[in-house]
Write a protein that binds this ligand. Structure first.
Ligand code: ADP
Ligand code: MG
Length: 269
């Protein structure tokens, strides 16, 4: 499934949030969207998953304008894990995950045993199988996030949109969720706030700043101290991770800098 967003501009009333932004995700690619808070990542994803319609430009999935697909056709192609969950009523975990099967059913069609099996398998994949009958509202932020990812998985769409999927997760589940998303082998577009997670998992990155797309390329091309300074306003040292071979970003504040050189520090010890 190939996504193309071509010269899109998105705004609310008179305020432009994104101006003339382009992005492509090839079939099977894992693409990350990075940029500071408020730079327009969620807005771009919302325009792709049809919650904020661009006033200019167009967005296509395998050549079809996403705004011309029916809701059901769209849901069969695209699954979404939003930044804020919009669950308003207290369902059980299993009920929430079963909702992901809706695009594969006729109106009012009962859930089948196969649906339950698919949902149980998804709960196993996110490590939540023992929570099936728990109330969704009783879960921690990280547990809720894993359930919402399971709901997206059972949709069995070929394109997955994730808005900061690892936000509420502790580090073990951050890696587990990213591993399982990558193992799906489907087309993924994810807004990510952690540059090291982005470096580890993404084939390519797009960078937003103040509503514009300012760079795109492989993590090797994108993650360098100049770009990170320009876009995020922080100082970094970027090296290669000794185990993964991927870029690794060390952040520092001038006030925390070692006053002696590393050689002087090791001599003193
Ligand atoms: P990010 O996801 O990169 O943090 P967002 O896309 O959420 O950024 O926001 C981009 C900009 O658009 C911000 O300045 C934000 O305040 C503004 N914005 C987003 N949604 C709305 C909204 N519903 N009403 C007004 N401003 C909004
Ligand atoms: Mg956001």
């Amino acid at each position: 499934m190939k996504l193309v967003a071509d010269n899109i501009s998105v705004g609310l009333e008179k305020k432009t949030i994104l101006s003339d932004v382009g992005l492509e995700v090839a079939a099977g690619e894992f693409v990350g969207l990075i940029g500071p808070n408020g730079s327009g990542k969620s807005t771009l994803l919302k325009s792709i998953y049809r919650t904020m319609k661009p006033y200019a430009g167009w967005i296509s999935l395998d050549g079809d304008d996403v705004y011309k697909l029916s809701a059901k056709e769209n849901a069969q192609r695209m699954a979404v894990v939003r930044q804020e969950s919009s669950i308003e009523f207290d369902f059980t975990v299993m009920e929430i995950v079963l909702m992901g099967r809706a695009p594969h059913k006729r109106l009012f069609q009962q859930d089948t045993e196969a649906d339950h099996d698919i949902c149980e398998e998804a709960l196993v994949r996110v490590g939540m199988e023992t929570y099936a009958s728990r109330s969704f509202f009783s879960l921690s932020g990280g547990e809720k996030q894993r359930v919402l990812i399971a709901r997206a998985l059972v949709q069995q769409a070929k394109f997955l949109v994730l808005d900061e999927p690892t936000n509420h997760l502790d580090v073990r589940y951050q890696l587990q969720v990213m591993d399982l998303v990558r193992a799906l082998g489907i087309t993924v577009l994810a807004a990510l706030h952690d540059l090291n997670i982005a470096a580890m998992y993404c084939d390519r990155l797009y960078v937003t700043k103040k509503g514009q797309m300012v760079a795109n390329g492989t993590p090797e091309q994108i993650l360098n101290p100049q770009l990170i300074r320009d876009v995020f306003g922080v100082e970094t040292e970027v090296t290669t991770h000794p185990i993964t071979g991927k870029k690794h970003v060390y952040f520092f504040s001038e006030s925390c800098r070692i006053k002696q050189s590393p050689q002087e520090v090791s001599k003193a010890q």
